[in-house]
Ligand binder design. Structure first.
Ligand code: SAM
Length: 277
């Protein structure tokens, strides 16, 4: 009989609090071997401020708490907040930020946690992977490293180099600011419910400022977006209105080349030439 009140979420026999919500990209990890490998890859050290995106039902959070004692986690799903907090208590100190990760200013969070840089981790909601990656890039100076589970195909795009079919805007934007290292592939069966595709864990380490070649981030982003917006076109055509043939040549690039042949440094050079001042 319904009481008219919302029942608090309970653990079910599978150890999960509630049914997964597809629209929130909920695919909960349950494979211990995979979870252990992620924690080992992160390898938390005393004093590290570990920030997890999308703790869900704690698959990664609890092992991280047992290993490190303290974790800050950002979870959007309100139904998970109370059960997650309650279940976390026996493992360590969980600071739960209840809301959308895209609204969290990582630079302010680092300051609030009393560190120069946070360490981000998470099995990301796949429908939001790109926005989360770009959001993290905006705060890269406040991030020491990131360990993310993503669709394998996305990790391949992130790490691809020129000449690869999957080299594109995501590869160039991330590699301009971070070292991208794919770590290992995770099969669908490691999650409940199982996604349709393979996943992979990737490590991103933001480059120190002196190693970033881009002078003006907005101009760079604009050049890269235009160049790959029409990837079959030559640079001269794709960049029409953004850069003329002379600037493309001045950057050491061939106007008849296509974006997928241009190295990250080439885009940086061109954007630097176009940047004001
Ligand atoms: N870490 C858990 C695990 O490995 O089992 C859950 C991973 S699940 C793929 C993604 C998690 O991100 C879910 O808990 C989901 O509710 C949460 N999420 C979805 N959108 C979010 C957002 N905008 N901000 C914060 N968390 C979000």
């Amino acid at each position: 009989m319904s009481t008219g009140f919302t029942e608090p979420a309970k653990s079910n026999p599978s150890g999960f609090f509630a049914e997964a919500k597809k629209h929130l990209g909920q695919n909960f990890l349950h494979e211990k071997g995979v979870i252990d490998k992620i924690v080992q890859a992160i390898d938390p050290k005393p004093g590290d401020a570990i920030v997890e995106i999308g703790p869900g039902q704690g698959a990664l959070t609890f092992p991280l708490l047992r290993r490190h004692g303290e974790v800050t986690a950002i979870e959007f799903d309100r139904d998970l907040h109370a059960p997650l907090q309650a279940a976390a208590r026996e493992h360590g100190t969980l600071r739960l930020i209840e809301g959308d990760v895209l609204g969290v200013d990582f630079s302010k969070l680092a300051a609030a946690l009393g560190v120069e840089k946070i360490r981000l981790a998470g099995n990301l909601p796949y429908n939001l992977s790109s926005p989360i990656l770009f959001h993290a890039l905006d705060h890269a100076a406040a991030i020491r490293d990131m360990h993310f589970m993503l669709q394998k195909e996305v990790v391949e795009r992130m790490a691809a180099g020129p000449g690869s079919k999957v080299y594109g805007r995501l590869s160039v934007m991330l590699q301009a600011y971070c070292t991208v290292t794919p770590l290992f592939v995770v099969p669908p069966g490691a999650f409940r419910p199982a996604p349709k595709v393979d996943s992979a864990v990737v490590r991103l380490v933001p480059k120190p400022l002196e190693r970033i070649e881009v002078q003006d981030r907005a101009v760079f982003a604009n050049v890269v977006r235009a160049a790959f917006g029409q990837r079959r076109k030559t640079l001269r055509n794709a960049l029409n209105g953004v850069a003329d043939g002379a600037s493309i040549e001045a950057a050491g690039l061939r106007p008849d080349a296509r974006a997928e042949q241009v190295e990250v440094a080439g885009f940086a050079k061109l954007a630097n030439l176009l940047a004001p001042g």
